[in-house]
Design a protein around this ligand. Structure first.
Ligand SMILES: [Fe+2]
Length: 476
C-alpha cells in the first residue's frame, strides 16, 4: 500500500481554514519602535468566515471581514468586524452558505437546481471582501459584484451601499477603482444577449463614460489608466454569458482559458469615451495593473502578469494544501504600445522576481509620471513550494530586488506609507499583516521600505486569514 508523504502546510489552518471572530483589543503588544510620523489606521479586507455548513473552496471565497489597526503615538489598537450585508445576515441566520461566491455555490436540492435554471436568481454575494479605499471623504469596501459598501473607518460599520441606479443588473465590476484629481472610475462587465465592457465614473452618481461590445467577455480583476486613456487588458479567460445567467456552476468555473484568442489591449479616450485602439498580443493573464504612462507617442502598460491563468486554479484550497509544486510565478511585465499603428512594440519582463499583490507609491508615481520601486509578496527560493512567504521590493531600473523573509512567517500585501518628509520615492514604511505559524498568531509588521529592516511589530493573540488588499488612512 503506498504511504502518503504529504504534509499539510502549517499555514493552511490559520491562513485559509479557520473562521475569524469579531474583536476589539485596546493595546497590542508592540516590540520595536513605530515612527512618530506614522499616525492613522491601516484597514484591511479579506475573508473572515470560510467555513459555514461546508468549507469554502477557494482563497477568493468567504464572508468579508475588515481589520483595523489604529496607530497613534507608537501604540496600536485593533478591531475586526464582518461587513454587515445581506449575504452575511442570511448566512448567520440559516447556518449555511446562501449566496454564490467566486468558486463556491450554496448546496442546492434537485428542486432548487431546477428552480435556478428556470428562474435565474443567482443571489451573488454582496460581501465586498477584496479591497478597501477612499473616494473623496468616503471609505468603501469593494468586491467584484456591483456592490460597493460604504463603511465607517472607525467603527467598521456599514454606512450604506453605493447605488449604481439604472446601471444595476447583470454586471460585475472590479475591486480596484482608479482615482485621480479628475474623478473615480471603474470597469464594469455587462453580461446579456450582447456583452459590454464599460467604464463608469463613480465619484458621484454613476455615469457611463464608455461602452465596448464584446462577444466573449473575459475575467478581469483590474484595469489601467494614464493621463488620456483608460486601458482594458483583456485575457482569454472567457465566458459564454448564457452560462452565467443559468449559473449551473460557481462564477469563475464558467470561464474557459482559450489561449488561441490571444490577449487584447482596448484603449479608450478618457475625454470622448471612444475606443482609439485595439492591440492584440499573445495570451497572458494578470490580476493587477500597476502603472501606465504615455511617453514619446507610445503607451507603456505595466502589469503583474502570468503566462496563463493557472494561478486561479492553484488558489483552490485542495491545491494549496498539497503544496507539492510552486505557485505559478507572476512578475512585472511592461507592454509598449503604438496606439496609431495598433501594435505592441515590446513585451518585456522588468525583473525576474516572483511577485503578487503589487504596490507602488502611487502619489509619487502620479506626480512624477514614473516610478522605480514596486513592493509585493513573493515566494522565497528556500521554500519554493510554499504560499507567499516573503515581502519583496523590486527596483525596476536595475531589475534587482530586496526581500524580507523569515521561515514560518507568511506576510500579506505590504501597504506603502510615505514618510511626510520623504526625499526619495522609497522613504517610508511597509505595513503587512504576517501569519506566524510557530506562535499561532498574526502580527502587524512595520518594515522600513528603504532599508528593509524591521522597525516594529504589533502582535495579536490569534491568527488572521490571508486577506487581499488594504489601505492606510492618515490621521493628524
Ligand atoms: Fe486585487
Amino acid at each position: 500500500m503506498p504511504v502518503s508523504t504529504h504534509i499539510t502546510p502549517a499555514y493552511m489552518e490559520g491562513g485559509f481554514l479557520q473562521n475569524s471572530k469579531e474583536c476589539d483589543i485596546e493595546l497590542l503588544e508592540v516590540v520595536g519602535v513605530i515612527p512618530d510620523w506614522l499616525q492613522g489606521e491601516l484597514i484591511r479586507n479579506g475573508p473572515g468566515q470560510v467555513m459555514v455548513d461546508k468549507p469554502m473552496r477557494h482563497w477568493f471565497d468567504g464572508l468579508a471581514m475588515l481589520h483595523r489597526f489604529h496607530i497613534a503615538n507608537g501604540k496600536v489598537a485593533y478591531r475586526s468586524r464582518f461587513i454587515d450585508c445581506a449575504a452575511f445576515r442570511a448566512t448567520q441566520k440559516e447556518g449555511r452558505i446562501t449566496y454564490s461566491d467566486f468558486a463556491t455555490d450554496p448546496c442546492r436540492t434537485l428542486f432548487q437546481q431546477l428552480q435556478t435554471i428556470f428562474n435565474p436568481d443567482p443571489k451573488i454575494t454582496d460581501s465586498a471582501k477584496v479591497n478597501v479605499g477612499q473616494i473623496g471623504e468616503k471609505t468603501f469596501a469593494w468586491g467584484e459584484p456591483l456592490m460597493q459598501i460604504q463603511i465607517d473607518p472607525e467603527t467598521l460599520k456599514t454606512v450604506g451601499v453605493y447605488d449604481y441606479g439604472k446601471y444595476g443588473g447583470n454586471r460585475m465590476t472590479t475591486a480596484h477603482p482608479l482615482v485621480d484629481e479628475h474623478g473615480a472610475y471603474n470597469l464594469v462587465v455587462q453580461y446579456g444577449p450582447i456583452n459590454f465592457y464599460k467604464i463608469y465614473e463613480i465619484s458621484g452618481d454613476a455615469k457611463e463614460l464608455a461602452s465596448v461590445p464584446v462577444q466573449l467577455p473575459g475575467y478581469m480583476h483590474s484595469f489601467g489608466m494614464s493621463e488620456n486613456y483608460f486601458i482594458i487588458a483583456e485575457y482569454p479567460l472567457v465566458v459564454q454569458s448564457i452560462m452565467l445567467l443559468f449559473r449551473a456552476k460557481p462564477f469563475i468555473e464558467n470561464f474557459d482559458w482559450k489561449p488561441r484568442m490571444g490577449s487584447r489591449f482596448i484603449i479608450i479616450d478618457r475625454k470622448t469615451g471612444k475606443r482609439v485602439s485595439t492591440i492584440k498580443v499573445p495570451a497572458f493573464f494578470s490580476f493587477h495593473h500597476v502603472f501606465a504612462k504615455e511617453k514619446d507617442g507610445l503607451l507603456e502598460v505595466d502589469l503583474c502578469a502570468y503566462e496563463n491563468a493557472d494561478i486561479i486554479s492553484e488558489y483552490y484550497k485542495e491545491r494549496l494544501v498539497q503544496s507539492d509544486n510552486p505557485l505559478p510565478k507572476g512578475s512585472m511585465w511592461r507592454f509598449t504600445l503604438n496606439l496609431e499603428k495598433r501594435t505592441c512594440i515590446e513585451r518585456r519582463e522588468l525583473a525576474d522576481v516572483c511577485l503578487e499583490l503589487p504596490v507602488i507609491h502611487h502619489a509619487f508615481a502620479h506626480r512624477h509620471g514614473s516610478y522605480r520601486f514596486v513592493y509585493g509578496c513573493g515566494v522565497n527560493e528556500a521554500n519554493p513550494t510554499e504560499f507567499y512567504n516573503q515581502i519583496v521590493k523590486i527596483d525596476i531600473e536595475s531589475a534587482s530586488a530586496k526581500h524580507w523573509y523569515k521561515p514560518n512567517h507568511y506576510p500579506g500585501e505590504p501597504v506603502f506609507v510615505a514618510n511626510p518628509d520623504a526625499r526619495t520615492e522609497d522613504d517610508g514604511v511597509l505595513l503587512s499583516v504576517v501569519l506566524d505559524t510557530q506562535n499561532k498568531q498574526s502580527y502587524l509588521l512595520v518594515l522600513n521600505a528603504l532599508t528593509f529592516e524591521e522597525m516594529a511589530k504589533a502582535s495579536l493573540p490569534h491568527t488572521i486569514l490571508f486577506g487581499y488588499h488594504g489601505t492606510f488612512l492618515h490621521r493628524n
